[in-house]
Design a protein around this ligand. Sequence first.
Ligand code: HEM
Length: 425
Amino acid sequence: MSSQKEPVVQSPAPTTVIDSRSVVALLSRLRSVAGQADPLPLYASLREMGDVVPAPWGGFLVTGHHACDEVLRSPDWLALDRAWRARQTDGSRWSTPSSRELEQTLVALNPPEHTRIRRSVNNIFDRGTLEALRPTVQRVADTLLDTLIEHAGDAHADFAELVGEQLPVATVGHWLGLPPEDFDLLRALTHAQAYAQELLPTKRQLLAADDAIRGLREYFTALVARRRADPGDDVISGWLRAWDALEPDRELADENVYSLAMFVVIASLETTSTLLSTMIWTFDRHPAQRAWLRAHPAALANAVEEVFRYDPPIHVTTRYAGRDLLLGGIPITRGEVVHTMLGAANHDPTLTPDAHAFDVTRRARHISFGGGIHYCIGAGLARLEAGVLLEAVLRRLPALRVVAPPTWEPRLAFRRITRMPVSVR
Ligand code: HEM
């Protein structure tokens, strides 16, 4: 990282002084069940405070799209890596077993380690792989909708549990060759580990995350050991072969493959499950958009992109400054943390005019999959699942309605719907 480089100034420094109590109040409301049900007005208030807002606990909240994009793409901003976590001496969340375990996953690595591991998986969801997966995703989506119809009958059934939660685990499980009887366990462990990646987890949540991470390690190291003993032409055996060529130490190779398999599963489940339910919820609140899309099925992929923009499942990612610099005109000291508020940034009116309108005809621009070197490797798979499910719902369930508002978990970074009753007739 060159200290010669000129800092990038995105916008003039704000002239107003921000009262930290109003930021605390906004974040508390955002973390509540009611705030999660309707975060857009809260994001609008946060953005009014500026593109880069001091966080009450130190560091900054980045709400503007251009500033978020700069943080995600510039090599001056680093993922919260092992070295950074080790420097946090307040006995905090960063020394918990779950934090230590996650520090070896892609999302917590910086170059050159990140480059090496990311290259080892290359473009795992290339066009050929996605097209090969499509018939399975279609078959699973249809079976899940059959189950939903059967459970709902003339009353209602829980879309989140019966469909939103199931399609991602069945898809990634099929792709990795995992036994279906393990899916419930993997879902439960994934939900609990997410607290270790939350913005402000409680002690109780961190303990749950620690337990879950132990379960995930046990599960995925056993899986890697089985593939090592009996390799095939599956994805994990392929990663083992790739790592054997890269890493002379077999234990290290196995450890890397464990980390990849575990992280790909948790990264895909927590996000896509939420997205599939919020997609249905969003269309339910915008019946005219839904009717238009039914009449214009060729616009499906475009509509899915607007779904990703409008309400992404990950609303916050975090980086620290690799050197002293300016962001949005605000001086930031080396080591200080910024939280890129992806959900807020997607509604930045300088990026999208009339940003709070859900409009499936627009060419949506968003940073829901992040940006730069950590850009989501599963974006293609997530788009495939969302597109297949939306097409099937529009075709098979024109009368689908959400009969009561979804139940939200009180979170900040990883949105989660736990229940969403729907009727189908
Ligand atoms: C709706 C679905 C999804 C969304 C919105 C999403 C979003 C994201 C975001 C925002 C990041 C960047 C995090 C950061 O910069 O700190 C990311 C990274 C990642 N995602 Fe996804 N994701 C989704 C689905 C998936 C799926 C299906 C997979 C795999 C099958 C996956 C695997 C990953 C991995 C491995 C990374 C880390 C990449 C790296 O650090 O180099 N994601 N995702």
